[in-house]
Design a protein around this ligand. Structure first.
Ligand SMILES: [Fe+2]
Length: 306
């Protein structure tokens, strides 16, 4: 029972996170496609629920479908022509209201399934992790969406507009980092196994993340802006960085430079090399040391529209 309420809480929390992300879209932006290789936003709106329904209710509990067409559409999306980018149009997708009705009904069925106790815990973990992964990738898609296609949630700008933080370097002693996960010890994705340890030498690191303002200074000094996106469509983050130049964009300047690849930042900003922690530093002596949590940080952040 305790396990069941823990799962219910984890699922509710994951749902809250993804719901929050979709409230950031202006109504017709559900049909935008911020990244050409990906589906339109509306797909992800239906996909999160369809995945849970297909996995838990349809395939595990063998419940009859109440909307087979949506089960399939939001499981796979609309395939692009072979070797080409997706060409589907907004009119090829159902309305937001229709998807919303489907989602509501699916959630009720999935929640009932959770209370029935007939579904293995492993599958619940898969559903929760799947949703959290999409929260992260959808936040990345939002980052590629122009500011006028997003709605600023109340209170966010005020939270960012606090006094400037004081920068310092933190000395972290050498230690051992434990990476990966032991087999036979709960849920994990394939690439999370096996558990192993590595030695991490002593190092120093900035106490705060590199901000858009830091990055802007670097670009103003003559460095080429980093590129975001996929090899097919490289998007200069100038879209995100350069508009920060106006003083009214203070909040943006102070926001962490989300979307800039860590490896690229490491190579391009020698002064901030120490501020770009590697994976093993996250897992080792650095864990719990940083004032910000990096886990799902994009999903918890918002780029204010100023
Ligand atoms: Fe998925």
């Amino acid at each position: 029972m305790a396990r069941q309420s823990q799962l219910a809480e984890a699922l509710a929390d994951a749902r809250r996170r993804t719901d929050e992300l979709f409230t950031l879209l202006v109504p017709d932006a559900f049909y935008d496609r911020p990244i050409p290789e990906r589906h339109r936003n509306i797909f992800y709106f239906g996909h999160l629920e369809a995945f849970d329904w297909n996995l838990i209710c349809r395939k595990t509990l063998d419940l009859p479908s109440f909307h087979p067409e949506f089960d399939k559409l939001f499981e796979f999306g609309i395939d692009p022509p072979a070797g080409r980018l997706p060409e589907d149009q907004p009119k090829d997708w159902p309305s937001v209201a229709e998807v919303n009705r489907y989602n509501t009904r699916v959630r009720q069925a999935v929640t009932r399934a959770l209370t029935s106790g007939d579904v293995p815990e492993q599958l619940w973990r898969v559903a929760i992790e799947h949703r959290l992964m999409h929260a992260e990738t959808f936040a990345y898609m939002l980052h590629n969406l122009p500011a006028d296609r997003k709605i600023e949630p109340p209170g966010v700008a005020a939270r960012i507009l606090g006094p400037p933080v004081s920068r310092a370097m933190l000395e972290v002693p050498a230690g051992q980092a434990t990476l990966g996960r032991k087999r036979g010890n709960g849920f994990g994705w394939d690439n999370e196994f096996d558990e192993h340890t590595v030695d991490v030498p002593a190092f120093a690191i900035d106490n705060y993340k590199v901000t858009n303002g830091d990055y802007l200074e670097f670009v103003k000094a003559g460095a080429p802006p980093a590129l975001l996106g996929t090899p097919r469509r490289r998007v200069a983050p100038a879209n995100h960085v350069w508009p920060c130049a106006a003083p009214t964009h203070l909040a943006r300047l102070r926001h962490p430079a989300a979307g800039v690849q860590l490896r690229r930042l490491d190579r391009q900003i020698p002064a901030h090399r120490a501020a770009v922690p590697s994976r093993r530093l996250f897992a080792g002596p650095y864990a719990g040391f940083h004032p910000h949590s990096y886990a799902h940080s994009y999903a918890r952040s918002y780029e204010p529209r100023l």
